[in-house]
Design a protein around this ligand. Structure first.
Ligand code: NAD
Length: 267
């Protein structure tokens, strides 16, 4: 008996967190998407990367250097292409276990009175409609017990400096998508959560900080490092760690949550 218990422990230690799980990552050619795809592969998952630009996707696939990854070029706001992307992965590997709805743009920093309406519309569409379409067309192809993770932001729980109306509104809207989908999918044991990264040390965030810094006349990067209780930006891999937790069976009783990954900034 003792030796069989010991061998159970051994099996648990060697089993990867996503062994054989079929995963979709949107924004997969970008920083957080690619880091998450890497984590999924390290833990035994199979990954389809979804993003806009085929050559960026090719480079992402090359960098991952795994037989368990392929790419599908798709605008996450285009319903027909989104549906086709899910059909492509099911045709290749069977039903889906994990959808990481992560594609996003930065909107623009501008005072409300000057905020461009076209940027408001596109930003809301990419984040809110993108997450909605991932749920709408993804859920019918998912295994019961699967997991959907939506990348929102600290901008999904507060207004921040209040200079990016479109981004803040879109990131709040994703919480609505997550909450409704989590209720709707719960009967199948499918969990839906949003993650809310604080500032990440990557090109996306640097662009926002430089633009905001010019507008406010301050060094936003330095101010954020001071304001974050952990006193630094996150790496994309640290965000990916939280995504992996929500994707895996470590979080089987976690659904409908707003999961902060912000170094304590919103505490
Ligand atoms: N970087 C940060 O500090 C930070 C903080 C909080 C939240 N986020 C969120 O994390 C997510 C990933 O951002 P990132 O930091 O990796 O930036 P990133 O720019 O490296 O990645 C975003 C990816 O989404 C893709 N994308 C944009 N619009 C798309 C569309 N319509 N269809 C398909 N793909 C599209 C882009 O091509 C890009 O590859 C975004 O939703 C962003 O809002 C980022």
């Amino acid at each position: 008996l003792a030796s069989s218990a010991a061998s159970d422990v051994y099996k648990r230690q060697v089993m990867a967190l996503l062994d054989g799980k079929v995963c979709v990552v949107t924004g997969g050619a970008g920083s957080i998407g690619l880091a998450s795809a890497q984590r999924f592969l390290e833990e035994g998952g199979k990954v389809m990367l979804v993003d806009l630009d085929p050559s960026a996707l090719d480079a992402a696939v090359q960098s991952l250097n795994s037989p368990h990854v392929f790419a599908f070029a798709c605008d996450v706001t285009d319903a027909a292409r989104v549906a086709a992307s899910f059909e492509a992965i099911v045709a290749k590997w069977g039903k889906i276990d994990v959808i990481f709805s992560n594609a996003g743009n930065a909107g623009r920093n501008a005072r409300v009175e000057e905020y461009p309406e076209d940027i408001f519309d596109t930003t809301l569409t990419i984040h809110a409609k993108g997450a909605f379409l991932a749920c709408k067309y993804g859920l019918p192809h998912m295994n019961d017990g699967g997991s959907i993770i939506i990348t929102s932001s600290i901008s999904g729980v507060r207004g921040g400096a209040g200079v990016n109306m479109a981004y803040v509104t879109a990131k709040h809207a994703q919480v609505g998508v997550m909450r409704v989908a989590s209720r709707s999918a719960a009967s199948r044991g499918i969990r839906v959560n949003s993650i809310h990264p604080g500032p990440v040390d990557n090109a996306f965030q640097t662009g926002i900080e430089v633009e905001m810094g010019k507008m406010l006349g301050i060094n936003v990067t330095e101010q954020l490092n001071q304001a974050v209780p952990l006193k630094r930006h996150a790496s994309a891999r640290e965000i990916a760690g939280a995504v992996l937790y929500l994707a895996s069976d470590l979080s089987t009783y976690v659904t409908g949550t707003v999961h902060m990954v912000d170094g304590g900034l919103m505490s």
